[in-house]
Design a protein around this ligand. Structure first.
Ligand SMILES: [Zn+2]
Length: 132
């Protein structure tokens, strides 16, 4: 799949390029510019589709920078593996982070807060029902 994108490494616009080998697919963002009739190309490496060797030890479905939801997926997978005391400690970290994000949202769009909070409560309730 090729498509226009904002590069997650340098923040500039470019095109996704997938380089396929026998064992994996390696992703790059191609940045093409023209300077006085000369074509210049710079590539930012975005990681493979799958981390085959790392996965043997971590089993986290690790992905490259092309997958914007990878952090949430890793966090969910890790939370399921943690012990009670670790989860209590993390709960405080999560609550502090939520507090910071909620304050940022209040500054950006105060009228959307109620709708977002309602959606988060519904999502939390749904995930609790799934894990029970
Ligand atoms: Zn880039």
């Amino acid at each position: 799949m090729r498509g226009r994108m904002i590069c997650p490494r340098c923040g500039e616009e470019g095109y996704l390029m997938k380089h396929k080998t026998a064992h994996n697919v390696y992703n790059y963002c191609r940045h093409v510019t023209w300077e006085g009739g000369t074509r210049r190309e710079r590539r930012c490496y975005l990681g493979p589709d799958y981390y085959i060797n790392a996965e043997k030890f971590h089993d986290l479905d690790l992905a490259g920078l092309v997958d914007p939801k990878r952090w949430a997926r890793y966090a969910e997978e890790l939370i399921l593996r943690l012990e009670y005391e670790d989860l209590l400690r993390l709960k405080e970290v999560i609550e502090n982070r939520l507090h910071v994000l909620e304050r940022e949202r209040e500054i950006e769009a105060p009228e959307e807060i109620d709708a977002v909070a309602e959606w988060e409560r519904a999502a939390q309730k749904e995930s609790l029902e799934v894990t029970e």
